[in-house]
Design a protein around this ligand. Structure first.
Ligand SMILES: [Zn+2]
Ligand SMILES: [Zn+2]
Length: 294
């Protein structure tokens, strides 16, 4: 593989493989995917950006680095979108950081730092149903990131933007600040929309300054009808609208690669069954291990 690429380490949603065994019926998408194996298995959302960045780091990220032959000690920067368990596993990150001499650099909103410090100082006792104090090594160096304030990781510029995710919409309560990211390297620009529902107006306005080479969109619920008030994600119909808005605002190039990821294993059929149909519509359905030049 030549330089300047991204690799999907996991393309699942909250029901990623390994997280929720045996949740559905006999002939469910989850079990068919398990039987098919390969590209049909969706692990926790995580993405490698060459040479040393991982975006979102969940339960399965470390083993996926090894599956795809990426040396774990080459990773220096972990960028976290938000604190849901399928994107952020504090114990796994502390364990990963402890392998290194130098601190592991972590970038995210403040609740990410709070959660890492909490996980280092506590363990759960399932017998007493209480937390117990512990002191685990914490070899992470945290960097708070702010929406629309760019920062640089080597030759990659990162611009966090506010996501519409992790919000109790009915009560207008932001439960945790969730971030999406614009990544830029040279003349290449990518939008990482995991996780997200319909974009916030200020985010859409900010994104309108750019033309994107790659869009990685939250497509969690596939063809399932959902109530947007109750969900922090898109289904395919909502994404059609969002992509159309990107097009209307001239944010796409003729060759823009539109990628759907964060795919519910229960709701989006196995890759082998739907990727072809999506390709006819000009959509790339992501799978674990997929690489794109960036
Ligand atoms: Zn998620
Ligand atoms: Zn989430």
């Amino acid at each position: 593989m030549s330089a300047n690429y991204i690799r999907f380490l996991g393309t699942g949603a909250g029901d990623f493989h390994a997280a929720v065994p045996d949740v559905c019926g006999e002939d469910c998408n989850y079990k068919r995917a398990l039987n098919l194996g390969g590209k049909n298995i969706r692990r926790a959302t995580s993405m490698f950006i060459w040479p040393d960045i991982v975006v979102d780091f969940g339960e399965t990220s470390r083993e996926q680095l090894s599956v795809f032959g990426i040396p774990e000690l080459s990773i220096r920067h972990i960028v976290i979108s938000h604190g849901h368990y399928d994107h952020f596993n504090p114990s796994k990150i502390l364990e990963f950081a402890s392998l290194r001499n130098e601190p592991l650099e972590i970038y995210g909103a403040l609740p990410i730092q709070t959660a890492l410090n909490f996980a280092a100082a506590h363990r759960w006792n399932p017998q007493t149903f209480r937390f117990e104090a512990q002191s685990q090594e914490n070899n992470c160096r945290f960097h708070e990131v702010i929406p629309e304030k760019p920062f640089r990781l080597g030759d990659v510029e990162v611009i966090p933007v506010l996501s519409s995710h992790f919000i109790d919409k009915a009560h207008l309560v932001v439960e945790q600040q969730a971030l999406n990211f614009i990544f830029r390297r040279g003349s290449h620009t990518m939008f990482y929309n995991l996780d997200s529902s319909y974009l916030l107006p200020e985010t859409m306005d900010y994104l309108s300054r750019f033309q994107f080479d790659i869009l990685i969109m939250d497509a969690t619920f596939g063809d399932l009808k959902i109530d947007p008030l109750q969900s922090g994600h898109h289904n395919f119909a909502m994404l059609d609208e969002t992509i159309e808005e990107f097009r209307g605002r001239k944010m796409l190039k003729p060759q823009t690669r539109i990628v759907y990821s964060h795919l519910s294993t229960c709701e989006v059929p196995p890759h082998d069954e739907v990727a072809g149909k999506m390709a006819e519509k000009g959509i790339i359905l992501a799978y674990d291990g997929m690489t794109l030049e960036f």
